[in-house]
Write a protein that binds this ligand. Structure first.
Ligand SMILES: Cc1cc2nc3c(=O)[nH]c(=O)nc-3n(C[C@H](O)[C@H](O)[C@H](O)COP(=O)(O)O)c2cc1C
Length: 343
């Protein structure tokens, strides 16, 4: 019981400290230059932003990424986010369902997402790399989920006072899940990026969906550091692989890897650049949470409406009628991103 109570407090604090966080780092998307096309020979109403994800059609290649669940406050956040996901016909992942494995009282805070999105919506479950196959099945059944995210978060756990200190056996665990679950299994980071070597290990055990969730946005080292006062962690706030670098390197593994670019995605230009660099979809967490909690549902709606319109406009300005065509858009890489790729 005590552990569940702590988990609930932690969920609340994650939102609170995320909103208070101040450390700025970069995705390195600013080092990507996309060529403008002033003769696109296209009309705006021809631009098709639809894509297929987890076997269903979506209107925009944008995912509302894993954040919360488990408390009354989380239920209200999930309620608002899932209404928006339904309105824009985009997928949504819930936050870690570890609490739901034991606490029945938390179920509604997750189930509200499926309830709002209906059977045609894409709802994604979420558990940690320590989850068993039974846990994964339970988490998916609870949401009638279209897939499950397994998050890898060693950097966060090591800074979290009450966090995990053992990370052995996770790859084997994920292999057990991916080999025995029919629905897609997405492995994701939580803001520190997936390296090419880790992506290859995941690919070799059968993972075909990776969310790179790189550095440049939400920083769980800072969030966890603010929740304790025993060790000064400020010198490692800059840890992690920037999202653009992680994305380019994971894309080298295979064309048949579905890649989600998340971590610091805030603007339509970030979305466009991620898609040009080879992402199939982008994920947004922190930014939409901030607009919703510090602003309102209406502001979050306006934010998404703007993103969607500007994505369409930018597709036209690259001469791309469909999402797939963005991958042929000429681009150049400069600065730190170039150095890191060459190194
Ligand atoms: C308040 C908050 C809670 C989060 N909780 C989870 C979680 O339970 N499971 C998970 O996989 N990721 C979680 N994340 C990480 C996000 O899914 C994402 O990987 C990360 O925030 C980077 O994206 P961003 O920069 O757009 O926020 C959380 C993020 C935030 C802001």
């Amino acid at each position: 019981m005590r552990e569940d109570g702590l988990r609930k407090d932690r969920k609340k604090e994650h939102i609170e400290y995320y909103l208070k966080s101040t450390y700025k780092s970069s995705t390195l998307f600013e080092d990507v230059f996309i060529e403008h096309n002033s003769l696109p020979e296209l009309n705006l109403d021809e631009i098709d932003t639809t894509a297929t994800f987890l076997g269903k059609k979506i209107q925009y290649p944008v995912l509302i990424n894993a954040m919360t669940g488990g408390t009354d406050f989380s239920r209200e956040i999930n309620r608002s986010l899932s209404k928006l996901a339904k309105k824009y016909r985009i997928p949504m992942a819930v936050g870690s369902q570890t609490i739901a494995l034991r606490d029945k009282g938390s179920h509604d805070s997750f189930k509200v997402v499926r309830k709002n999105m209906g059977s045609e919506g894409i709802v994604i479950a979420n558990l940690s790399g320590h989850a068993s196959l039974e846990d994964a099945k339970f988490a998916m059944d609870l949401l009638e989920a279209d897939g499950i995210q397994i998050h890898l978060n060693p950097a966060q756990e090591l800074v979290m006072k009450e966090g995990d200190r053992s990370f052995k056996g996770i790859l084997k665990n994920i292999e057990d899940i991916v080999s025995n679950i029919e629905k897609p299994v997405i492995v994701k980071e939580v803001g520190f990026g997936i390296s090419k070597a880790v992506a290859k290990k995941l690919y070799d055990i059968g993972i075909r969906y990776i969310d790179v969730s790189g550095k440049g946005g939400t920083n769980f080292i800072e969030i966890e550091a603010r929740r304790q006062d025993e060790i000064d962690f400020t010198d490692i706030y800059s840890w992690g692989i920037p999202t653009a670098l992680s994305l380019i390197q994971c894309r080298e593994i295979s064309k048949d890897l579905t890649l989600i670019a998340s971590g610091g995605i805030r603007t339509s230009v970030d979305i466009l650049k991620a898609l040009v660099l080879g992402a199939n979809l982008v994920g947004i967490s922190g930014m939409i949470l901030r607009v919703l909690v510090e602003g309102s549902y209406e502001e979050a709606d306006k934010y998404l409406e703007g993103l969607c319109y500007k994505l369409k406009a930018l597709m036209l300005l690259t001469g791309s009628k469909k999402i797939e065509e963005l991958k042929k858009t000429p681009y150049r890489v400069k600065g730190d991103l170039k150095d890191l790729l060459e190194g």
